[in-house]
Design a protein around this ligand. Sequence first.
Ligand SMILES: Nc1ncnc2c1ncn2[C@@H]1O[C@H](COP(=O)(O)OP(=O)(O)O)[C@@H](O)[C@H]1O
Ligand SMILES: [Mg+2]
Length: 361
Amino acid sequence: MAIEPDGDHVPQERVPSGISGLDVVLRGGLLRDGLFIVQGEPGAGKTILGNQVCFNHVAAGGRALYLTLLAESHARMLMHIGPLGFFDATVIPSRLAYLSAFGALEKDGLPGLRDLIRREVQARGATLLVLDGFAAVLESSDSARTFKKFINELQTQATLTGCTILLLTTVSSEPTPPEHTMVDGIIELTSRLYGRHAERDLQVRKLRGGSYLRGIHSFDISDRGITVYPRTEAWLTRPAATDGVGGAPVSTGLTQLDSMMGGGLPRHSTTLLVGPTGRARPRSGCISWPPSIRMSPPCISGCTKTRRRSWRRQMPWDSDWMGCAGAAPSSCCGSPPPKASWTRSVSGCSMRSAGAACVGW
Ligand SMILES: Nc1ncnc2c1ncn2[C@@H]1O[C@H](COP(=O)(O)OP(=O)(O)O)[C@@H](O)[C@H]1O
Ligand SMILES: [Mg+2]
């Protein structure tokens, strides 16, 4: 990674995978010139992911090379990929080329494979290389040293040619395979059973030079290819925009609640008070807040379940101070959120410096 003289880090350039959700998890995409491992058991979706990244890369103006080290023919692989939404036969072979490296590896070992990669990447001006069946390289290595040397050469190749490389492989039986310490990133695809139901999971295990959404994210494979669903709470941990509004929190008058919220309600924020019927939301909303909130800033309070008349009955303060308290709640606070999202709001309760807050009751 380049370091400016003043010590500031220059973020490494990213190459979007173009896969919905994956670039969110990677916070922008794969590292340009990066060497990545995509690992998973057979059927996990590695070949689909590799192909999808290639077609997306080509559609964005890049050039890609898909090398297989598998005994299975390209015709057979393309027969499975062909029906998927991202497939575009018109870019093959001019912008996306498929080559088998199986023969070169069988005949000349790792030096033969290395020369083939170097030659083809340069000749085709590839900015993305996918090597499918990478486990075969380890099988062909006569020692751990030779294998590491090969990975090192791939890294050099990536840097010199500005090519991002994806190595698709099965999960190693070793706890820490040597290649894991050398590559720039590791993406793992798994399938898990929940009772009788199977779910696909994606986890970025490593990404050099940048942050990413840690932990497990769901993904699925459909006729459109792979779609990743980043975990919402990980995705929204950082606000998309920083609000310029500041100031001390507004006390609710309830010491314990204030301390739970870091001092009180964020100033200039909106708070949604949710809870099941009969849990005194209107009382909490109208009666407990005023002693402190009354002063400044003014409070706009609405209640989606309380009728206007009973709402007024519970107000111990002037309607002037309440601002729009006399109006129907929906005109004060907008339409109430759909009921389904209430539950989510309670479990994902969060306080932001000047955004919306949700208090579960
Ligand atoms: N159109 C589709 N809809 C749903 N799942 C699909 C579709 N096409 C392929 N798959 C799934 O993708 C899996 C194969 O993915 P693949 O990338 O070949 O796995 P790997 O390379 O990891 O062995 C199959 O197990 C199948 O379940
Ligand atoms: Mg495969």
